[in-house]
Design a protein around this ligand. Sequence first.
Ligand code: ADP
Length: 729
Amino acid sequence: DVADIPRVPDWFQGYLESEGIDALYPPQAEAVERGVTEGDNLVAAIPTASGKTLVSTLAMLSSIADGGGKALYIVPLRALATEKNEEFAAFEEYGLDVGVSTGNYESDGGWLAGKDIIVATSEKVDSLVRNDAPWLEDLSCVVADEVHLVDDSHRGPTLEVTLAKLQSLNPDLQTVALSATIGNADELAAWLDADLVDSTWRPIELEKGVHFGDALHLEDGTQSRVPVRGNEDQPAAIVRDTLEEDGSTLVFVNSRRNAESAARRLGSTTEPFCSPAEKEQLTAVADEIREVSDTETSGDLADAVEQGAAFHHAGLARDHRSLVEEAFRDRLIKVVCATPTLAAGVNTPSRRVVVRDWRRYDGTAGGMQPLSVLEVHQMMGRAGRPGRDPYGEAVLVAKSHDELDELFERYVWAEPEPVESKLAAEPALRTHILATVASGFANSRGGLLDFLESTLYAEQTGERGRLETVVDDVIDYLDVNGFLTREGTDLTATNLGHTVSRLYLDPMSAAEILHGLEDAEEPTALGLYHLVSRTPDMYELYLRSGDEEEFTMLAYEREEELLGATPSEFEDGFEDWLSALKTARLLEDWASEKEEDEITERYGIGPGDIRSKVDTAQWLLGAAESLATERDLGLGPDIREARTRVEHGVRAELVDLAGVRGVGRKRARRLFETGIETRAELREADKSRVLAALRGREKTAETILENAGHRDPSMKSVEPDADVTVDDD
Ligand code: ADP
């Protein structure tokens, strides 16, 4: 009974009632029995949508109620941080302060000290540890969401090391780790010194199966007829069949392009099922989507939404994503075609889930690779909305009898794989070993190895030999490149090492940047963009056919601007160097005021990708500036200009104006063209001129003037000209 839960605050029961929860789900009750409200460590390995969040809430609230504690909730993705923050904001009504911290890796987040619950990504927490955030020692409870992602070679090691550090900072810390159902939850529990709730219970029944021919073959041995009619493909037949019972479908595909084309095609299936009233509402959503941005992706999405279909992937603008999620939850949108990366965690349950593609292109493995059982099961787990659907169904799609058998073997009947630590990979160790020494968690080779003993990697390998070999290689690298010094077995981070660790850079990125800056005289924006795009901290753009020639030409044309050594066309690494040039060129286009849709088309990416490249470049250029200062290279102004240009997407002459909040690249250009060229001029400007430059948007003009520090931003004295109130941004 919810009234019998020990040590939660008095208001908790009322909160549960307001959420419509009158009893704990069995795994939640088990978590309470195992002491989750009494400060005990816990690993909860429970299927998707089975109430993991409440398990963490129980832990966090009881640890805070216990007396001045503080809870940290670690998520793998920024999008999830926002989602969780909104969920936990409900506690503010009961007097708790909730804060979210994602961007800006260089601060100690002082303002977070006053919060009771903090939501952050693992990278952010790692950087807070490196920057010695003093409040970390006040933590009483840490929650790691989606902890099975320690298996991810890119982000897993950070989560692993961060949890180990938090535990070593504060031995009384309660650690709660939430995981999907996996093969070796017991190992995670052993690593975290935690009790285990390992359950397959779900609030709503889930039937898995495979569609083949004219039927859904379900795991209980039954079949139901879902015939493919006319020019339908299999997913269309399933979506139509679901709609005939008034249900919605989530379709997982393996690439953004496939998500877009599948949504386009499924629109003709969903359209006949939308009532006139729904169509009107869908048109309104489509209009909002078009307003967010004027790009091809935006237009395609709006077109699909008008027919009751949508796509959802990481290339979408954030506003687009939330519009789609909301309309899907409201059952206006009948089908969403999504890529798996993004759908992990986003709370959009649906009656049926179709996993259309079970292979995905993997560049490092050189071709199409099957998805893991864990991933497929997580997608499948999105099926069925408790309280709405009688049950959920999740199906794969087979094109032959052999494939039908294979998919049953491979996914329907299979157990998820065990998760494995990826810490021993060199890039991960390079970063984390430097940070561990720089922030004082270890100051000798032995201390370092002892610290690493508290990681999952050590728990899983059991033998110290392999770890020692990699660690020694990494120490060599860090020593040779001037990040740390050795005296006997003692290790000390150099000033440079401290800076790099605080900046949250991969040491290899720092070495590359310093190398490029050392003989630079007057670096250009393109040169600097290329330099930071070459580092392992910037994701590469793929070279498409024709790119190699185009960018090789560009390399010749702009040779003088490119920093550091230029590899020859025949050398290894030339392709990476060239693809960095492609990224640099994209950044330069953006910083030269090229239109967003021109850029997305030219580089074959989405608007969300421009944003993420720009964010990364901004961070790396900021870091480059700190490194240049550290080394007295005197390049500060050049780097700063390249950074602010890319930040605002403007040419140099607009940097000052675009820095005024609310102005942005387009408005800055318009103001500039009417002769208002700087912030100071804007502050003094005649209001009617500003209004004319902004084409009559009074509210905007007022806000901008106020932000620029205008003495009297009120526009009341100005008679707006009715003819120019055109809404064209
Ligand atoms: P996940 O395990 O994927 O994190 P959530 O914690 O988001 O799942 O829970 C899924 C849904 O179930 C949420 O809408 C939540 O409010 C609801 N829920 C959780 N626990 C209970 C409960 N004991 N009774 C009724 N609904 C619950």
